[in-house]
Each structure stands twice: as structure tokens, then as C-alpha cells.
Design a binder for this molecule. Structure first.
Ligand code: AMP
Length: 463
């Protein structure tokens, strides 16, 4: 519920905000030359060699035409080649590897046919859902092996011999080492998703262990947003004679993104956040903060102000995280306040606005965050708060983006109108944080030793 009258609509953006249709970002290597995409995007899934049942599944999912990464990788994958796909989340990369795997599975169905490695639990669940939806016409069974969930239940699911396993590397290794009768020696397809992220998260050792127990006679797809030297070595260790395929970089895929910054004093962040959220009343937004504490505090404050805000961060239990995401996805909450745990891989289809309440410390994270909006041809807005402490980092981000971002236009006098209410809500949030911490402490001591469970309890209340 907005606390001031909304004066502008998204379609009436401030004049200073320009289209963000620049070329590439910070990542090395330099921008892949944009190959003509018009022809590829005009092709149908059938033209790419996808069989009718799966074309129908795509149509059921609302996929009218292949996305560029699908158009470019699917024919090569169907030829039986290993593929390196350089593409961002939001590009349709999941279906780019799922469709060829499902098509091959249909030709020779078997248990443990395909394995997908994902850096995060949320992404793993999304990928698994994608497989089951696309494969529903053929009754595909997929199971998820991720940390934070019951190992026994996962072992039972493995006992049911699913076709596809989607896993985070650490938990998969646990199962390979401890779950009786489970082996991947007959695996036919491996997909490594968000390889750069997997390696950034120090999954290197687990990946090595996994690769050692997989049969050499298999097809491998590796997807990554960037091609770092670590990814290069993983590629050498896991793919054989691969074809490398890149789609035009992230910024070309999000030409509908309007990104801007707002230079404000650190102490006024809450105020400007509230003001801007009011401007976008009714739109869905993700607010990125840098710490779990801030995520919780900002959520409390926004709720006091009448916004439908929900926190998402790595210290929530897995079920709370999924619950928060589901509420956001279903639209019952329209503002997700998140740490970077939510920045990558999450399939949140309709985010209108991304706000960097806390500026990320590197351009790569910036790119991943703003990639939550302006997806699949929709328009989107990204606004970054830059305070006196962030100037250097912000300049580095701009340098990496290869351009200057426009300043977001606000009427400061108008902002001041809500100052008192925001301050009051902020004071309330601080009180709530205190009682949250106290509750957590006391419950933790009495029942659960380290208080972890009580945080979860609280998060559930929150969610
Ligand atoms: P991904 O990059 O795999 O996370 O996909 C991003 C979003 O695009 C997801 O919501 C997909 O369901 C959706 N998507 C994937 N392929 C297509 C397509 N060919 N047409 C429209 N949407 C798609």
C-alpha cells in the first residue's frame, strides 16, 4: 500500500533515464560478435530438429520460438556434439540443454540418464521443474539433490530411479559416497550449469570427484555466463571436442533495460527506497542488500510502511526460501528483499524493477542482479543507490560496463514529504530487529543450542 500518491507510472520514466542498450560488460573475453539473430529467432523448435512431442511441450510452456541460445545450441547438441554455451540466466539456457537431453532420453529411456549440476539449491529446483514440465508428455522423472534437505528422503527418491538428477555438487558427492546402490556409471548426459558460478563457489573439488566417477562415453553441455580461466580448465576436464557457442552478450539481450543510478547520502537510503517503491507501486521489485541483517531490516521497515515485502537470504531454511520465492512468484508479495543468494539463477518471470539498495562490490554481481529484470523482451528498470562510500566501486562498475549510467531523476522536495513516516518505520524496524535477535537467542539456547532453528522459525513467520 503506497504511502504517498503515485505521481508517475513506469511508462512515464524520468527523462534522464535512457535505454540501456550498450554492448558488453566487464567480462573477459571481449564481447562476442553479435551474430545475426533475426533468422535464428524466426525458426521454430521443429526447424531445429526437436521432435513433435517436445515441440508441443514448448508450446504448452508458452515458448513460441526458440531464444537465440536455443536456436544456436540445439542443432549442434542434437548432432551429438558437446557444447559450451555462453549465456546468461534469462536467455532460455535451461531449455537449451534440457530439450536435447529429453529428446535423447526418449530414444533410449533409462534411469540416471542425465545429470545437471547447479550452483544453488533454488536454481536446482527450477531446473528440475523445467525438466518435468518439458518432459511431462513423456513422463520424465527428475529428482533434486541439494544441501539443507533431508538426505534420507533424497536417497529414497534415488531408489525410485529417476531419469534426471539435478544436484549441487557437494550433496551429490555425499550421495555418491554414502548412498548404497547409487552410481552414475550409466549416465549418458551431463549438463554443468552456471559453471563460472560453480567455480566461484569453490565447488572445484567436488566437481573433480564427480567427473572421476562419470563414464567417459557421455555427452556434456557446459553453460556459463563468462569464460574465466577456471571455466576453461573445467571445460578441458569435462568436455570432448566441444563446440563453443555464445549469444550476444547480456546487454544486448536486455536492450529493454533502463538502468540508472541515484547519488544520495548514506543516511537517506531508506527514504529514497521508499519514495522510489511508491513510484513503482503495483510493480514487482527486487531490492538487493549486502547483508542478511539488512535484508531483514529493510523488509520490516517496508512492511511497516504497508508494502508487501518478503526477505530472501541464505540464512533462511530451505523451505522458507522456497516459500518466500513462491509468494513472490505467485504475486502475493510484490517486493523481494534479497541478498545475492537470489541474484543468480532464479526464475522469477516478471520483475519490473531491480534496486541496488546496497551497491554490489563488483561489476559481475551488478550484471547478474540487473539481469533479474528486462527478461524475455520485456522492459525493466534497474536503479542503483550510490552513496559517498560507493563512488569508487560505482566508477569501476561503469568502467566495466563501458559507459556512463544516467542519473535517476527525483524531486528532492517531494521525497522529503515522506521523511517522517519513513523514519518512524525505520525506528520500528530497529525494535523488531532487536526482538527478532532476542527471540532467536533465547529460543536457540533453550531448544536448539545455536539458535539456528529459531531464526528459521522467525523466517517462517516472516515468510
Ligand atoms: P532460463 O534462462 O533458462 O532461466 O530461462 C528464462 C526464462 O525464459 C524462463 O522463465 C523460461 O521458462 C523462459 N523461456 C525459455 N525458453 C523460452 C522460449 N523459447 N520462449 C519464451 N520463454 C522462454
Amino acid at each position: 500500500m503506497p504511502i504517498v500518491n503515485k505521481k508517475r507510472k513506469v511508462s512515464e520514466r524520468p527523462k534522464k533515464v535512457q535505454d540501456d542498450s550498450a554492448s558488453d560488460s566487464e567480462s573477459s573475453p571481449p564481447p562476442q560478435p553479435a551474430e545475426p539473430e533475426a533468422e535464428e529467432t524466426a525458426k521454430s523448435f521443429a526447424d531445429l530438429g526437436i521432435i513433435p512431442q517436445l515441440c508441443e511441450a514448448c508450446a504448452n510452456m508458452g515458448y513460441k520460438n526458440p531464444t537465440p541460445i536455443q536456436a544456436k545450441t540445439i542443432p549442434t547438441s542434437l548432432e551429438g556434439r558437446d557444447v559450451i554455451g555462453l549465456a546468461e540466466t534469462g536467455s532460455g539456457k535451461t531449455a537449451a540443454f534440457a530439450l536435447p537431453m529429453l529428446q535423447a532420453l526418449m530414444e533410449s529411456p533409462q534411469a540416471f540418464f542425465g545429470l545437471v549440476l547447479s550452483p544453488t539449491r533454488e536454481l536446482a529446483y527450477q531446473i528440475s521443474q523445467n525438466f518435468e514440465s518439458l518432459g511431462s508428455v513423456i513422463g520424465v522423472k527428475s529428482t533434486v539433490l541439494v544441501g539443507g534437505m533431508d538426505m534420507v528422503a533424497q536417497s529414497i527418491a534415488l531408489g525410485k530411479k529417476p531419469h534426471i538428477i539435478v544436484a549441487t555438487p557437494g550433496r551429490l558427492v555425499d550421495h555418491l559416497e554414502n548412498t548404497k546402490g547409487f552410481s552414475l556409471r550409466n549416465l549418458k548426459y551431463l549438463a554443468i550449469d552456471e559453471a563460472d558460478r560453480l567455480l566461484d563457489m569453490d565447488f572445484g573439488d567436488s566437481l573433480d570427484k564427480i567427473l572421476k566417477v562419470l563414464p567417459r562415453e557421455r555427452r556434456t553441455f557446459l553453460f556459463s555466463a563468462t569464460m574465466s580461466s577456471k571455466v576453461e580448465s573445467l571445460q578441458r576436464a569435462s568436455l570432448s571436442n566441444p563446440t563453443r557457442i555464445a549469444v550476444a552478450s547480456k546487454y544486448q539481450t536486455v536492450s529493454t533495460l533502463q538502468s540508472s543510478y541515484l547519488l544520495i547520502p548514506h543516511k537517506s537510503k531508506n527514504l529514497y527506497l521508499t519514495y522510489i517503491l511508491n513510484e513503482f507501486a503495483g510493480k514487482s521489485a527486487i531490492i538487493f542488500t549486502s547483508t542478511v541483517h539488512e535484508t531483514q531490516r529493510v523488509s520490516y521497515m517496508l512492511r511497516t510502511l504497508g508494502f508487501g515485502a518478503i526477505p530472501l537470504h541464505g540464512q533462511l531454511s530451505q523451505s522458507s526460501r522456497l516459500g518466500a520465492l513462491n509468494k513472490f512468484r505467485s504475486g502475493s508479495r510484490d517486493i523481494l528483499v534479497a541478498t545475492d543468494v537470489a541474484a543468480r539463477g532464479l526464475d522469477i518471470p516478471s520483475v519490473d524493477v531491480v534496486m541496488n539498495f546496497d551497491l554490489p562490490t563488483d561489476s559481475k554481481t551488478y550484471i547478474h542482479r540487473v539481469g533479474r529484470t528486462a527478461r524475455a523482451g520485456k522492459s525493466g528498470v534497474a536503479i542503483s543507490f550510490v552513496t559517498q562510500y560507493d563512488l569508487e566501486v560505482f566508477m569501476r562498475i561503469e568502467y566495466a560496463l563501458g559507459k556512463k549510467l544516467p542519473e535517476y531523476d527525483v524531486d528532492k522536495e517531494e521525497v522529503m514529504v515522506i521523511a517522517e513516516r519513513v523514519n518512524e518505520a525505520q525506528r520500528q524496524a530497529v525494535i523488531e530487529m532487536k526482538s527478532f535477535d532476542e527471540k532467536r537467542g533465547s529460543r536457540g539456547k533453550n531448544k536448539f543450542g545455536k539458535g539456528k532453528r529459531s531464526r528459521d522459525d522467525m523466517d517462517q513467520e516472516e515468510g
